[in-house]
Ligand binder design. Structure first.
Ligand code: HXC
Length: 257
């Protein structure tokens, strides 16, 4: 597929997707979604890819869903639109995925960053759910993922006032995992993704699956799910290799990387 709105490349075992609509501050239109789904499916199928990074530009990760595309919608168009369910599919990618965020991550941009497993933010990053200023509300999971990630107080504050949160506040509130200088963002994301991609892929995917259970089930059910996955990990060759290497005081060489 020829990509026109994103850039796709592989750096070692890390798949990179870069949103590339600079004139619209990387606003997420249907074309961006279609291309991200295509790239994400290709990385899922590529045995050489162990982790994925999603990023934007220095100025904007993404300034939201494309307002110009949505503006003429009525209820029927909004309800029938496959846009949100397409993003659900994107969010369900099984390989580990890091968002590397510089500049604006607003509305759908913030929501897509939250779909990733964790966010590494540049000092310039600004997060917000400004949909209220447009007469609507978040529609790609923002109210739900943000409330689970940072709690009710800040989610209400951001969604009801539409204000932006800088990288420091985002880190303090638990929305982002790390903040780094802008110049180091991409290298830091690559480094983190390479570390993940060096481990056993099934083990990393099971860890991701178990952590995600924490957000949609009870503690009892989540603990049961974790226990089943933990036991299942002992059927992996990589468990034999990982524990064997520790005992033999050598570096593990995971087969399913
Ligand atoms: C379409 C957008 C856009 C967007 C920016 N642009 N954001 N186009 N959709 N979300 C375009 C502008 O129209 C402009 O195009 C160009 O990008 C540069 O933007 P400026 O506004 O001139 O830049 P600046 O003054 O630096 O302001 C930056 C900004 C502002 C603060 C980020 O652009 C902004 O407020 N954008 C909208 C943010 C927002 O409300 N996002 C939520 C969208 S709703 P031209 O052609 O004029 O140069 C949403 C709902 C998700 O995400 C749910 C869907 C199911």
């Amino acid at each position: 597929m020829d990509y026109t709105s994103i850039k796709v490349e592989r750096r070692g075992r890390v798949g990179w997707m870069t949103i590339d609509r600079p004139k619209a501050l990387n606003a997420l239109n249907t074309q961006v979604l279609t291309e991200l789904l295509q790239a994400s499916d290709a990385f899922a199928a590529d045995a050489e890819v162990g982790a994925v990074v999603l990023t934007g530009s220095e100025r904007a990760f993404a300034a939201g869903a494309d307002i110009k595309e949505m503006q003429p919608f009525g209820f029927a168009e909004a309800y029938l639109s496959d846009f949100a369910s397409g993003w659900d599919r994107f969010a369900n990618a099984r390989k580990p995925m890091i968002a590397a965020v510089a500049g604006y991550a607003l509305g759908g941009g913030c929501e897509v960053a939250m779909m990733c497993d964790f966010i590494i933010a540049a000092e310039s990053a600004k997060f917000g759910q400004p949909e209220i200023t447009l007469g609507v509300l978040p529609g790609m999971g923002g109210t739900q993922r943000m409330a689970r990630a940072i709690g009710k107080a800040k989610t209400m504050d951001l969604c009801l006032t539409g204000r932006m949160m800088d990288a420091g506040e985002a880190e303090r509130s638990g929305l982002v995992a790390r903040v780094v200088p802008d110049a180091e963002l991409l290298a830091e994301a690559q480094k983190a993704a390479e570390i993940i991609a060096g481990f056993s892929l099934p083990a990393a995917m099971m860890a991701k699956e178990a952590i995600n259970r924490a957000f949609d089930t009870t503690l009892t059910e989540g603990l049961r799910a974790e226990r089943r996955l933990f036991a299942a990990a002992f059927s992996l060759e990589d468990q034999k290799e990982g524990m064997g290497a520790f005992v033999e005081k050598r570096k593990p060489n995971f087969r399913h990387r």
